[in-house]
Design a protein around this ligand. Structure first.
Ligand SMILES: Nc1ncnc2c1ncn2[C@@H]1O[C@H](COP(=O)(O)OP(=O)(O)O)[C@@H](O)[C@H]1O
Ligand SMILES: NC(=O)OP(=O)(O)O
Length: 312
């Protein structure tokens, strides 16, 4: 049975509670199709909009009544987002599998991911979280709340936070046990809860949001997956994206993809981290491949009909 790590992008979850409840239903159908086809699926997902929403809500409570509502660290907001998204996703997938008479428990693992306290990313926040804003709204937010904001890949302005690279996934042994027990696992949500190692055994939350594609590549290597599947809002990765000479990519070698990345074909903050994660996994061991495609095209892409495949 082929083991695949499937990383779900923003369009699989929506931007708020209402959208999420609708989106997870079609996401569950697409994932159930893969399980029904015979793949061993491990799910990961993003959390940018959700972590930003939780952070904002917690900050507003704290500003109104700091004694009753002390500041909630960003690591805790990420932990909350893992559970909030995992709850909806595992519920929808459980129902979809039962509707197809597939008896397969679904479990969400609160996953901690070690980051380096000296990662330069702590000094240069780049990870967009929360909702999109106009430039003036974003500048107002920055002034009111003392946060940093930035333009997000031509789509508007958002709050930005530090996004250090994932170094180690603490819960890998638990994830492996659940996979061995034939459960469908949702793990590394939002790139994992960022933690820093202190002393012998202590893990301290870090103020960051890890990129879920980098973390998914690390998880896929750790659990020896055959394939990393990055599901996003485009069917294929493109060269000259958005330009009249746009060219979509099918099967590409790691070396070729690196060349395109170096030439600046992939936007930082959107497609570049996916391509870097794709290369990292595909280059980590002979035979490993990464697929980047649309959620709705996952099954067809796995059958070789579409999508962008990166291989060593
Ligand atoms: N070269 C490229 N090829 C395809 N898509 C690109 C490219 N560069 C930027 N993009 C944009 O990246 C988006 C995917 O990134 P994003 O929305 O941040 O991911 P996620 O699905 O994880 O939420 C695509 O919808 C597309 O608009
Ligand atoms: N943590 C993370 O990468 O979230 P998004 O995919 O929503 O940006």
């Amino acid at each position: 049975m082929k083991r695949i790590v499937v990383a779900l992008g923003g369009n699989a979850l929506g931007n708020n509670l209402k959208e999420q409840m609708v989106a997870v239903k079609s996401t569950a159908k697409a994932i159930a199709d893969l399980i029904e086809t015979g793949y061993e699926v491990i799910l990961t997902h993003g959390n940018g909009p959700q972590a930003g929403m939780i952070r904002l809500a917690m900050d507003e409570l704290n500003q109104k009544d700091p004694k009753s509502y002390p500041v909630v660290p960003l690591s805790v907001c990420v932990a909350m987002s893992q559970s909030y998204i995992g709850y909806d996703l595992q519920n929808a997938l459980r129902e979809e599998l039962l509707n197809r008479n597939i008896i397969k428990p679904v479990a969400t693992v609160a996953t901690q991911v070690v980051v380096d306290p000296d990662d330069p990313a702590f000094q240069h926040p780049t990870k967009p979280i929360g909702r999109f804003m106009s430039q003036s709204e974003a500048e107002q937010m920055a002034a009111d709340k003392g946060v940093q904001v930035a333009e997000d890949a031509g789509r508007g302005y958002r709050q930005v936070v530090a996004s250090p690279k994932p170094k180690e996934i603490i819960e890998v042994p638990s994830i492996e046990k659940l996979i061995d027990a034939k459960q469908t696992v949702i793990a590394c949500g939002g790139g994992g809860i960022p933690v820093i190692k202190e002393g012998q055994h202590h893990l301290k939350g870090a103020a960051a949001v890890i990129d879920k594609d980098y973390c998914s590549a690390l998880l896929a290597a750790d659990i020896d997956a055959d394939l990393l599947v990055i599901l996003t809002a485009v069917e294929k990765v493109a060269l000259n994206f958005g330009k009249p000479n746009q060219t979509e990519l099918g099967e590409v070698s790691v070396a070729e993809m690196q060349k395109y990345a170096d030439a600046g074909h992939f936007a930082p903050g959107s497609m570049l981290p996916k391509v870097e994660a794709a290369i990292q996994f595909a280059a980590s061991k002979p035979g490993r491949r990464t697929l980047i495609t649309l959620l709705d095209k996952a099954k067809d892409s796995l059958a070789g009909k579409t999508g962008t495949i990166i291989q060593g």
